[in-house]
Design a binder for this molecule. Sequence first.
Ligand code: ARG
Length: 584
Amino acid sequence: MTLAEQLRERLRAGFTACGFDGEALEKVGVTQAADLRFGDYQSNAAMVLAKGAKQNPRALAESVSEATDVAGLAKIEIAGPGFLNFRVKPEAFALRLGDMLGDDRLGVAKVSQALRIVIDFSAPNVAKPMHVGHLRSTFIGDALARVARFLGHEVITDNHIGDWGTQFGMVIWAWKKELNRTALEGDPLTELLRLYRLASSQSKEEDAIREECRQELVALQQGNAENLEIWKECVRLSQEGLRAIYERLNVSFDHWLGESSYNERLADVVESLEEAGLARESDGAVCVFSDESLAPKIDPFKIQKEGEWEDKPMIVRKSDGGFNYATTDIATIDYRVEEFAADCAWYVVDHRQGDHFKQLFSVAQRRGHKLALEHISFGTILGKNGKPLKTREGDLPLLSDLLRDAVQAARESSEGRTRVEDEEQRELLAETIGLSAIKFMELSHHRTSDYIYDLEKMVAMEGDTAPYLQNAYVRCRTIFSKLAEEVFLDGDGLVLEGDEEIHLARMLSRFGESVPAVLDEFRANLLASYLLDLARAYHSFYHVSPVLKSEGAVRKTRLVLCELTARVLRKGLELLGIDVPERM
Ligand code: ARG
């Protein structure tokens, strides 16, 4: 049990002794203290429960504090209007370290109720560039999948790629006229993108070309054999190119059920929506309208125009008979329920698609689906000028270029100070650090905030960066490589004396609280900032507490602190999808 859970249990016993039971006890919670000056943990339970019990909160806190047995664990103090503050005793931290040492989960419990969760993330579009937005989705989605799995959930990851859509009209048109086979075989993503851009710019200039592209699309949708062949090849080659990027990033998917996987189901979906009275014809299109159950302000099917509320329907079949992104997404939910028996589906997608997901989730609910649906949205990556990140040419930067630049920055930053001499090893290290740096920069920010993409900053050894954490890990490991004797570490007889030792133990013991917190609001940055705090605690400890020169129980304790710091850093980073090098 984490220290927070142990304290909560003791505190509940205290409240029970003061006459509380049932639902009231459920409300007794213990959280990490916001400010360590007041203790390690705190509870506002006395304030929450005083009113119903017709008592003065401070007086209630006093009686509960007397009735709560925290011997060997903590000291209780009462503060302000009735806060209960707990200061954990060093011996309790020492016991916790001992437990963690013998536990390959490092004190992180599994959830009591495992859910089957489909995570829909990354999802780039075929023939269009995989850009920074997909980068955010990829890293956040992968981290959430890793955390949820580690916590014991059954996770199904699905890359819902955009492999069907209007872009294929243009790609097929250009493919027929301008395809460069050699280029395609060398680097499929780039060649497909070139074709797409070519057609897109030419059709903007010439109406006739736009019309030809449209015709190619219609032919594809009607099942024209040649166009279907080209489409298939585009998708296959794109997937190949994407897989290479994912492999490099160490991201994997259980499924690649792209939009086209649902084509066969779309007509039925629309029919069933109509039959259920959820959709109806409007100006030749078929649309889902509001069910008027919500106030217009929070109704995703309403929009305010010039002070009036108007309908904002979800179009599920266009007047030309074509289906939409939304139709596919409805079919996808059906599939995830039928085939995966999913309890939840999480969509890690740009915040600009917020309205789409609100409508989608409402439709799913009206169709009677019970699964919990979450849009895990994120903000924009900005350039140094504070505007959305663009290349010098004004295009959205390609993911592959960003990766290349990050590895280059890592190479430059480690020049002259790395201890790794072998050229090949150094190259591998630059790759690890460069890619980790981008990932960590992403995951250390609150997902809904925008942040500035700063290459030099993210590969720096100092600051809130991946190299800072990796360096802390390497330091821990170096100590063990310098040991003259072989040591077997166990948790018996650990003694924590100095403030730095105690603080490091405190941070280590919080791992079991920090990992589950990630899923509360789908915030990987909570784990990222926990790891930064841990590494800072380790650095402070390292400067004042010699390990190799100390003796007896002190030395053993310090070795345990180093060992656990290394393990927690490695595990924590692994949950964020980040590797640690053994040497830097
Ligand atoms: N391909 C879409 C895009 O790039 C994202 C798809 C997200 N997933 C979904 N089920 N709608 O914008």
